[in-house]
Design a protein around this ligand. Sequence first.
Ligand SMILES: O=C(O)CCC(=O)C(=O)O
Length: 330
Amino acid sequence: MTERLKTVFGHLQLPKRTDGLINPNNVSGVSTPFRFTVDNNKLTQQQRQFYEENGFLVIKKLVSPEKLKVYGERFASICRREISVPGMTVMRDIAIKDAEFVPGEQAVTKFQDFQNDDVLFSYCALPEVVEYVECFTGPDVMAMHTMLINKPPDSGKMTSRHPMHQDLHYFPFRPADRIVCSWTAMQKINRENGCLVVVPGTHKGELLVHEYPKWEGGVNKMYHGIQNYDPSQPRDHLEMEAGDTVFFHPLLIHGSGANRSKGFRKSISCHYASGIAHYVDVQGTEQETIANEVVELVKKKLGRDVNISFADVWKYKSRPVKGQNLLNST
Ligand SMILES: O=C(O)CCC(=O)C(=O)O
């Protein structure tokens, strides 16, 4: 077969979708070779190809220093308890959790679910971010999961590491290809202070089995990692400057290293899904354990007799950013 014919055939053989959603690249029966990005004019051909191949894309200096300053100050004042945010979880690193007194910001390793704080949530709606998000989700955009991570200097027990995992493990919605994370460095982030580590191309694989890693120093709550993870796979360390933003697929295997510096390492992130995505039942799947763990935690807060499902938790915390929200309409 000539090279030309091989290319044409390659283009016709779209990866098989198993999620039941119409491929948004396949309008009026005309197929394109793209599966992980949608047709709009934002990405260059090269950027699009890079994400298709690798499952992530870094955009330099996307978020301005002024905006990062606002998020940093808001983080500090919430830590000082000047403001309280309904529904938000404030997490402490396992190494400082039981320490007698650690003041303010230094006690906090992560804010999770800040969707009800309009200042922090403004990150998720930044036009400069959402324009890129749409390249992966399509035009209907839901903010599903928000985090501000304040990775502490490691105590020597290596608990500041984030085990290698796939974010889809945590999500009861599909299709995976229409979910994306936007993760912005709030300062210079390098190998020393625990940058993101990714295994390029793994977004083309399956959702793997996750569990708590058996680390000697312990592991933070909900930080599940891939069971039998093979550390010999080639990986990239994403060293980033303040404002640089990486967009990545929920099946991309990633994690972050220990923070060996003396300072805290901050990033802000949001996971988005298409507004025309749908919830799936994860009982009986690899995700059952995390689903039960999350529902247990919610019941602990709201009361044992509260009847709530894993999908309900996500319905409650997600917020529309743009376009239709069919996801939460049933
Ligand atoms: O920011 C980090 O250190 C890792 C974050 C991460 O991998 C996640 O929350 O899924």
